[in-house]
Design a protein around this ligand. Structure first.
Ligand SMILES: Nc1ncnc2c1ncn2[C@@H]1O[C@H](COP(=O)(O)OP(=O)(O)O)[C@@H](O)[C@H]1O
Ligand SMILES: [Mg+2]
Length: 312
């Protein structure tokens, strides 16, 4: 169960690329949300809406164009000593979509997993280093014998387990999982999600779990944020988001999830989202507003009233 302590506070985060040029992209445009300690925060939206950039900026792979990211109350993007930066790099880890591209094909699994242990000097001897690698392999459902093999000898699901072991090796507090199951066979997806859930409980981890559709995130996330074109359009506890989706874009995403019942599936209508339906007046303030406790929607004052009526 998630505690109520804020582990991360993302405030008015902006990440623009090619600023001032004709191809300027506002990949993340004034996004604010908190991530509580011990929770899984899901982040969804279609390809290109800015999910990865949000994750990468939080973890400091990019310098933010503007805004703040506080980790345990400390600004991640502020001026820091080398030692503090190294500590941030240890506490925040990332798991990637393509487990093959993210594992160095020339390194043995043991060296891939131990990379962070070496960088951060977390093992006092060669024996301690290898014991830790063996333990991590077991933690993710692999075994000792796998340590001397190379990435190409593993299946997609196994490689993702290796990616998870590598992230866990430095005992992080926070993990960004960027579409960790999108490249895997459907039959393997649930296994990897279950492993991540188990690890979250055992190690008290906090996740930002990125996905492009709403089907698997519901199962793993405590709360879900929906992104559209660089903006966060809705954020709510998972159950609430599925029960009462308010933003028309969230409704369109939900309508895209196939249902298991073939009869309902045949008549299922995919809603499309047209931003023009908001019909905002010029200069009408459109803000991220709290419609009910913990349920936020990007909307105008007028829409806020309509949404509140709807929830009554
Ligand atoms: N390094 C970059 N330089 C320029 N544009 C980028 C860069 N990275 C991402 N983008 C653009 O930013 C937008 C958001 O991309 P991304 O965060 O990868 O979306 P998502 O992960 O939701 O698919 C896209 O329009 C993408 O083309
Ligand atoms: Mg992405």
């Amino acid at each position: 169960m998630a505690e109520t302590k804020k582990l991360l506070e993302i405030k008015n985060l902006k990440q623009y690329f090619n600023v001032g040029k004709p191809n300027e992209v506002r990949a993340v445009d004034n996004v604010s949300f908190d991530i509580y300690k011990g929770e899984v925060m899901g982040l969804v939206g279609e390809s290109g809406c800015g999910k990865s950039t949000t994750g990468r900026t939080i973890i400091r792979l990019y310098n933010a164009t503007d805004g703040e990211v506080l980790f345990n109350g400390v600004n991640v993007h502020g001026r820091k000593s080398k030692k503090e930066l190294k500590e941030f790099n240890r506490k925040m880890q990332m798991i990637f979509q393509d487990p093959y591209a993210s594992l160095n094909p020339r390194l043995k699994i043991a060296d891939i997993i131990a990379e962070g242990i070496d960088i951060h000097g977390l093992a006092k001897s060669q024996k301690e280093r290898m014991d830790r690698v063996y333990e991590l392999l077991e933690t993710v459902g692999l075994n000792k014998e796998h340590a001397n093999r190379y990435p190409h000898e593993f299946s997609g699901g196994q490689r993702q387990r290796i990616g998870i072991a590598r992230a866990l090796a430095v005992e992080p507090e926070f993990i960004i999982a960027d579409e960790p199951i999108s490249a895997l066979d459907v039959s393997i997806q649930a296994q990897v999600v279950n492993l991540m859930k188990k690890l979250q409980h055992e190690k008290g981890l906090t996740y930002l779990f990125i996905a492009h559709d709403l089907s698997m995130v519901k199962y793993i996330s405590d709360r879900i944020g929906v992104m559209y074109f660089g903006k966060m359009v809705e954020l709510a506890p998972s159950e609430e988001l599925y029960r009462n989706p308010l933003h028309p874009y969230t409704q369109s995403l939900l309508s895209a999830i196939p249902v298991p019942d073939p009869i309902t599936e045949r008549t299922r209508k995919r809603k499309t989202y047209d931003p023009a339906i908001h019909n905002y007046e010029l200069n009408e303030p459109v803000e991220f507003r709290e419609v009910s406790p913990g349920h936020f929607v990007l909307c105008s004052e007028k829409e806020l009233k309509q949404y509140q009526m709807k929830l009554k």
